[in-house]
Design a protein around this ligand. Structure first.
Ligand SMILES: NC(=O)c1ccc[n+]([C@@H]2O[C@H](COP(=O)([O-])OP(=O)(O)OC[C@H]3O[C@@H](n4cnc5c(N)ncnc54)[C@H](O)[C@@H]3O)[C@@H](O)[C@H]2O)c1
Length: 252
């Protein structure tokens, strides 16, 4: 399927590694220019940016700590200044801290919400303001988790709550901007083979795999394929949806 992304530009947060890296690479393969966002892993970000620039499309790498309001705004501003128009925003960056509710400190709670939810609000706000000002259409995809619906079973209540916020925010924003031609969807993941969950899988792989009806952990490439479809014009009739790419962990 040709996703017709040539000539479009996408910002993908947290795209130096993991799911975000493969979303950025897949969108680039489909022809989109990429604003590759990273926070700490500069070397990895530069490698991905170089691959995209050499093989597929135009890519710039932008550093921003998404726990900070001004850096969220700067990311969208920087991308817009470089490329003119940004058509696609993928909010992929996130943290998965572990602690039980009895021990979670207010600092842990707030830092989780800053990265996983507040940054999503801020980048979406900047992104839609630009589009509304120019009268342009656009697409947003926000990454969430099956834990938003099931809650956490392994000491990640703050994470699960922040990801539930992402789902609800996605629906509200979708309602607000549907008439302006801006689609906003969420993609709920189950267990994906990345650094985020690497240690947990090493310690307890069977526990996680036994919860997945398909019987295996997802690879980043197969999540990226679904994400690319969801930000393309082929999914133009979808907004306010949360698509479950969980190998059946979440069935609704
Ligand atoms: N891996 C899984 O099993 C799984 C399951 C459900 C949902 N998800 C979601 O998928 C998304 C991608 O996760 P992943 O598995 O690729 O994890 P990952 O840890 O490999 O990647 C997360 C990215 O977020 C970025 N990030 C974290 N804190 C940041 C900050 N303060 N400022 C800027 N960037 C920051 C990191 O730099 C990294 O690039 C996340 O939103 C995650 O919650 C993952």
């Amino acid at each position: 399927m040709d996703l017709n992304l040539t000539g479009k530009t996408a910002i993908v947060t947290g795209s130096s590694r993991g799911v975000g890296r493969d979303i950025a690479l897949t969108l680039a393969k489909e022809g989109a220019n990429i604003v590759l966002h990273y926070n700490k892993s500069e070397e990895q970000a530069m490698e991905v940016a170089e691959t995209i620039n050499q093989r597929y499309s135009k890519c710039i790498a932008v550093r921003a700590d998404l726990a900070k309001e001004e850096e969220c705004r700067k990311l969208i501003k920087g991308g817009t200044e470089e490329f003119g128009d940004i058509n696609i925003l993928v909010n992929n960056a996130g943290v998965w801290p572990k602690n039980w509710v009895s021990d979670i400190t207010i600092e842990e709670w707030e830092s989780t919400f800053k990265v996983n939810l507040t940054s999503v609000f801020l980048t979406c706000q900047c992104f839609i303001k630009n589009l509304l000002k120019k009268g342009q259409q656009g697409t947003i995809l926000n990454l969430t988790s099956q834990a938003a619906f099931h809650g956490s079973t392994t000491g990640h209540a703050h994470y699960a709550a922040s990801k539930a916020g992402v789902v609800s925010f996605t629906v509200s924003l979708a309602r607000e901007v549907a008439k302006n031609g801006i689609n906003v969807n969420a993609l709920a993941l189950g267990i994906v083979e990345t650094d985020m969950i690497g240690d947990a899988l090493k310690k307890n792989r069977d526990y996680y795999v036994n919860r997945i009806p398909i019987g295996r952990v997802a690879q980043t490439e197969e999540i990226a394929q679904i994400a690319a479809f969801l930000v393309s014009e082929k999914a133009g009739y979808m907004t306010g949806a949360t698509v479950d790419a969980t190998g059946g962990m979440l069935m609704r």
